[in-house]
Design a protein. Structure first.
Length: 505
């Protein structure tokens, strides 16, 4: 997406390619639903349409090929045998120039600049505009109820060879309401088809949707759920990001767009769903109603949770647009599409979390794709006092966006581009000392999907892990005596690229 940065490249909010600080950019989201997004992606020449592949194995195999390549096109699978006529599956929305278009920014930004622009404009103040309730929408072009309910008509693929079934929910989000506090949560959780009128979904402990579900279970009350399959990509990005507890994702999406999200009340549950969604499935999760769910190839690149008893939703109605489009974001072994979009959004949110915790001079943060934007965080600071690096690292590891399922946090000086994996590891290898530069945090928040938690601990419900905080800054007390880097200054490096870049072609 962007050319490889040089050692010592200047980074931070003022280092945009066009020389403008982030505040001077004027983002614009050019779409409000998935179909408008497709039209914008087609303008970029980044959409491929493929006909006749099967949901049983072909679509999953093809998705595996394209999702690992950052500049691969978006692919729309059409005319899928044995599924609803006109229905489609779209994969790999977050690649190429589509990444900047999806976030509403110009194409000349590097990935670190794009993340910083996202932070400055969308996350720093967390502008919120509540959704607007409307009476109707395209999602109600078709309604399926009663004995006609059949969720298997949609082209939900078997994404991985070893999956236990078809997963209609990967690029989707579940809409739920807190039974005590009344606020609406939109969260992305995997959704497996059991049969024509039941689906199951897994939610890791501690996630907002899981907290709400546990409250209904404790009350012995059915939980109303609406599953949105085929939303616009910005909505998916927010539904899969760490929005603060008690804040509705619709409000944040409205703040990003600068206009409210149009929602309609689902007729049976009363939950708000996007009026222009492609498919909405609504129903109830009855207390104690469970079925075996999984296995599913998850975002760490493993079958981490095997098969387990998980709650089941009884489908009461399905609504869909004509020729509905299922948005698929199946996790693969990283780096993949999920890693790309989570890296950009989570990096911005982590940096904002650290700054709001009072840590000064945080220059950059990057949640690395190889760790699916969770397992490896790089933090760059301008050192101001002894202990500054460890302070930044511990806050990054335990803040809301960094706490779940992390592994390693590497804190570097501000001359390192922490989004560049080679630079980050180089700094760690040359500026840290294994005996004195590493802190360990024990009993941290992880997940049943974590492949490194022993089966015996998982069986007891112990889903904790440890974290390593690595100080890869020049040691504070003799930082002025640390050897100089043998790389050109940022200005000299840019001039050299301009003069001699042709040698690389």
């Amino acid at each position: 997406m962007d050319e490889k940065s040089d050692m010592g490249n200047a980074i931070g909010p003022a280092a945009f390619s066009d020389g403008k600080p982030g505040a001077e950019l004027k983002p614009k989201i050019a779409f409000t639903d998935l179909r408008e997004w497709i039209a914008e992606a087609k303008k970029l020449g980044e959409v491929r349409e493929v006909k006749g592949l099967s949901w049983q194995s072909d679509i999953g195999a093809a998705t595996e090929v394209v999702m690992h390549e950052e500049n691969a096109p978006c692919v729309i699978f059409e005319e899928i045998p044995g599924t609803l006529k006109g229905s489609k599956v779209l994969v790999n929305f977050f690649g190429g120039e589509r990444q900047k278009m999806t976030l509403g920014f110009p194409p000349n930004l590097s990935k670190l600049e794009l993340s910083e622009a996202f932070r400055v404009h969308y996350m720093a103040d967390l502008n919120r505009i509540p959704p607007r309730y409307v009476n109707d929408g395209p999602v109600f072009e078709n309604a399926i109820t009663g004995k006609d309910i059949d969720v298997t008509i949609f082209p939900a693929p078997k994404w991985h060879e070893g999956d236990g079934g078809r997963y209609i929910g990967t690029g989707s989000f579940n809409v739920t309401r807190d039974p005590d506090e009344g606020w609406i949560n939109c969260g992305t959780y995997r959704v497996m088809i059991h049969d024509k009128n039941t689906v199951g979904f897994y939610i890791s402990p501690g996630k907002h949707g899981r907290i709400q579900r546990d409250k209904y279970e404790a009350r012995r009350e059915p939980m109303p759920v609406a599953i949105v399959v085929g939303c616009d990509p910005m909505s998916l990005l927010m539904a899969s990001s760490e929005v603060p507890y008690g804040v509705c994702e619709y409000d944040v999406i409205g703040g990003i767009r600068g206009a409210p999200v149009d929602v309609v009340k689902a007729p049976i549950t009363g939950l708000p769903v996007p009026a222009n969604a492609e498919i909405v499935i609504e129903g109830f999760v009855e207390p104690g109603n469970v079925k075996p769910e999984g296995p599913f190839g998850e975002w760490m690149g493993y079958y981490g949770s095997d098969v387990r008893q998980e709650p089941v939703m009884d489908i009461k109605a399905i609504y869909h647009r004509n020729d509905p489009i299922l948005l698929g974001c199946a996790p693969q072994r990283p780096p993949d599409e999920i890693a790309r979009y989570r890296a950009l959004t989570r990096s911005a949110i982590v940096r904002e979390n650290i700054t709001k915790a009072g840590v000064p001079d945080v220059v950059a943060a990057w949640a690395h794709e190889i760790g699916t934007a969770r397992l490896l965080l790089g933090i760059a600071i301008k050192q101001r006092y002894p202990g500054h690096a460890m302070q930044a690292g511990h806050v990054a590891a335990m803040c809301h966006s960094g706490a779940y399922a992390g592994r390693y946090v590497i804190v570097t000086d501000d001359d390192i581009d922490v989004s560049n994996l080679e630079e980050l590891i180089w700094a760690m290898l040359t500026r840290s000392d294994p005996a004195t530069s590493i802190d360990i945090i024990h009993n941290a928040w992880s997940t049943p999907l974590d492949p490194r938690i022993e089966p015996e601990r998982k069986a007891k419900g112990d889903f904790t892990n440890s974290r390593a905080i690595i100080d890869a800054c020049r040691p504070w007390h003799w930082r002025d005596k640390f050897p100089k880097v043998n790389a050109p200054s940022p200005q000299a490096a840019r001039l050299a690229r301009q003069r001699f870049g042709y040698l690389l072609k």
